[in-house]
Design a protein around this ligand. Structure first.
Ligand code: NAD
Length: 355
């Protein structure tokens, strides 16, 4: 049976980079089927709402979702706030599809080692942050203001089952890599972190092949800069993961290179996920053939790897990207003297030519 991929191109550079990612997927996996649906500002303009029911329906029947980006100045100030692309489309999409596991790899590519803000000898890293995405302080109740606005309140709550399922996901990912897992918390202070640590230890018993250690979040923030090469998989809760994944991703150099996955549970034997570049819709360069499509293309590679268990297809895409970069071919965001400047389409075409 051929897999259906829902393609939500969205706004700004979303359609440009998604087009290249779909072409790359078609080159590697001619058996995949693609169907497009509206999201974000494009959906507001067309049908008056950022996340139409038809889009959700398509996502639910698909095996995986490929998202470009949403948002832009035309829609970012709409009232009520639930009409805006990010609040009205991305957040409900993640909630509705139960995308509780956010996976953000940070891998320095050899041709771009010097693009890292760290010294070249320290910048080599190949790690994945596994972040819990639908619990913790971003969702806990009660929240809000008291005392005539002078007191603010957020609540951090974790339930054992939420920790268990994200931990299991991190162990499974570790098994496909170097099998070294660091669970990050603040167990010296927070009760939720102590539950987190206890639960991760219990899940670890099912994965004796994985080496598990615990690290406090402040130490982890420091270790990521001191020696990012020590990490393989970092497992952490929602807010710590938000911060650490941004920190880790900058080690690799550019926003235009970074893919991500947000995963739910297995559906008919395969893991359901939404794959998207980490960057936004970049309205400043939209429609100009300037966007770097590599983050979207590497997100497609993650889809093959995680949703379709096609590690060989994913590796082909990653190798093709690295080959093109090692030939000195660059989009504007990673351009350096002596390299060959190309646009979005040409970068996509060259990557496809290596497949
Ligand atoms: P952005 O990531 O869109 O852009 C930041 C800067 O990076 C810009 O200068 C842009 O030109 C550049 N850039 C981003 N991606 C690039 C690429 N692939 N190639 C080359 N250069 C690239 O962030 P922003 O400007 O803060 O946000 C713009 C819009 O995107 C806003 O409406 C924001 O809400 C939205 N946004 C959406 C998502 C998402 O859909 N997941 C994520 C972040 C921001």
């Amino acid at each position: 049976m051929s897999h259906l991929v829902a393609v939500l191109a969205g706004d700004g550079i979303g359609p440009e980079v998604t087009h290249e990612a779909v072409s790359v997927l078609q080159a590697v996996r001619p058996d995949l089927r693609f169907e497009e649906a509206l999201i974000g500002g494009a959906a507001i303009d067309s049908v008056g709402e950022p996340l139409p029911a038809a889009t959700l329906d398509l996502c639910r029947k698909a095996s995986a979702v490929l998202l470009g980006a949403v948002g832009g100045p035309k829609w970012d100030k709409l009232e009520p706030v639930t009409l805006r692309p990010e609040v009205g489309a991305l957040l409900p999409l993640r909630r509705e599809l139960n995308l509780y596991a956010n996976i953000r790899p940070a891998q320095t590519m050899t041709p771009l080692l010097h693009a890292s803000p760290l010294k070249e000898e320290r910048s080599k890293c190949d790690l994945i942050v596994v972040r819990e995405l639908t619990g913790g302080i971003y969702f806990g109740q009660p929240r809000g203001r008291q005392n005539e606005g002078a007191t603010a309140l957020d609540t951090c709550i974790y339930h054992k089952h939420e920790v268990e399922r994200i931990a299991r996901r991190a162990f499974e990912i570790a098994l496909t890599r170097r099998s070294v897992l660091v669970s990050v918390d603040k167990a010296n202070v927070l009760e939720t972190s102590r539950l987190w640590r206890e639960t991760v230890d219990v899940v670890a018993q099912d994965y004796p092949q994985v080496s598990l250690s615990h690290m406090l979040v402040d130490n982890c923030a420091m270790q990521l800069i001191r020696d990012p090469g020590q990490f393989d998989v970092i497992l952490t809760e929602n807010m710590f993961g938000d911060i650490l994944s941004d920190e880790a991703s900058m080690i690799t150099g550019s926003l235009g290179l970074l893919p991500s996955a947000s995963l739910s549970d297995a559906k008919e034997g395969s893991v359901f996920g939404l794959y998207e570049p980490v960057h936004g819709s970049a309205p400043d360069i939209a429609g100009q053939d300037k966007a770097n499509p590599i983050a979207a293309i590497l997100s497609a590679a993650m889809m093959l790897d995680l949703s379709f268990s096609d590690q060989s297809g994913a590796a082909k895409i990653r190798n093709a990207v690295e080959e093109v970069l090692s030939e000195g071919i660059r989009t504007g965001d990673i351009y350096e003297e002596g390299s060959r400047l190309v646009g979005t389409k040409e970068m996509g075409r060259l990557i496809q030519s290596k497949l």
